[in-house]
Write a protein of this length. Sequence first.
Length: 559
Amino acid sequence: MDLRKISEKFTVSPQIAVSDMAAIREAGFRAIICNRPDGEGADQPGFQEIETAARAEGIETRYIPVVSGMVRDEDVTVFGEALSEVQRPALAYCRTGTRSATLWSLHEAKKRPISEILSRTKGAGYDMNGVARRIVNGGRTPTDVGDASYDVVIVGGGAGGISVAASLKSRKPDLSIAVIDPADTHYYQPGWTMVGGGVFEAPETAKTMGSLIPREVKWIRSAVAAFEPQNNAVVLDGCRVVKYGRLVVCPGLKLDWAGVEGLVETLGHNGVTSNYRYDLAPYTWELVEGMKQGRAVFTQPPMPIKCAGAPQKAMYLSGDAWFRRGVLKNIDIQFMNAGGVLFGVKDYVPALMEYVDKYDAKLNFFHNLISIDGPAKTAKFRVSKPDTEPEDVEVEFDMIHVCPPQTAPDFIRVSPLADAAGWVDVDQATLRHRTFENIWSLGDVMNAPNAKTAAAARKQAPTVAENIVADIAGQSAVAQYDGYGSCPLTVERGKIVLAEFGYGGVLKPSFPSWLIDGTKPTRAAWLLKERLLPPIYWKAMLRGHEWMAKPEKVQVAAE
């Protein structure tokens, strides 16, 4: 817990935990204000969890969620009203505390001099100079002058962002590079399926962000509020401005937990779980281990989603555990898929269907989860089959593994970088923005029609790095991305169907068929996933070592 006092009656903090509540009460706080929307981070407890724990300690709460980097005037008004209503001293929190400090600064600007606001927030560790400029400029942040400037600015410190930074530094060590990301922890998200299957422990999938960002790369621990590409500027939380020569956009996507009615309130309870959240993947395995009979439901929302095979991987590993324990015959497995096929590349479907049959799982296509009642253990699905009127069906469950709907982050969707669907608009080969020539994108947030996987980012990062270096040298793009993605489908403990494919579903195997035949379940693919891929991720990909990921040269058409 990191409490940062701004005044006698008001303190801000980065994300708090349920386990912090007794200490918060002992510190004398009478109220907690949450400024962080549910579902923003992979390790974030929901507000309802915080509220329940706070009430048990006699602390009142308010939920005033503010989208990262987008503090609006109406948010300030609601925040001010809450401050006047709750008992104090009050504690406000968000991911880093910046949004809470910004709300306080804008609210207090009506009655305190700017110099006092800057002094108090600086003493708490927050730079509100950008907020001061916003106040002076009538609510707008000017971007003609920046607080900092870099040759390359990378938005997002996930697999794509850190890999690009490392690949750029290996090619051109003299570049000044900044990575913008507010998270303290970096997660190896492909490992969460294995956590939910009882193979990995959750802490194995997490490392501190500071230990991974390359040396001599500046880490800006902030969220992005807006892009102003006409001024080569990124506006941050707290209204600071960072200028760039070239920009790389790779913040990942947004897990929209709130997109399913009732889901946020019951996650982690009542048999409701998801391997898409760090703190819930262990709960998946807890449920699987404890289940001896009943119905287990596994859901998959409409595309696009990250790792399209993950929802069914959870089903296979659960089915395998029940099979090994001899209880499978007592468990009704239901796979509810909003789409119309089991897997988008047909070459892998026969091998997967063998396991669907082995676990006696029922496939329900065109079933999209729209609401869930955890205490009643019922889930409602909208069934939208072709050429039929949609209908809602209610399904009872004893355990349900939910894959949430997924979108581009809010600050991307409202930006000039986005296409009509909200994704960053790039050329699918060079990954350069279609409108702004000094901007590139990779990873889950861009609109190329490839699978959204870490393996895809591993191939994309060298392509982006190569093309940025070429652009700096005054050259055209020299590298192209072929749509490669990989989805190791864990069909049982010890065997994997290693799906590897590019644009259009073209198979792109990395190994000879005598070693790994990707269309069949193999032990070799399991060993690759369990023992080789994690160290390759941490020690090669994130450090700019492009093992089996050298960029493909741009094909020049013959005249």
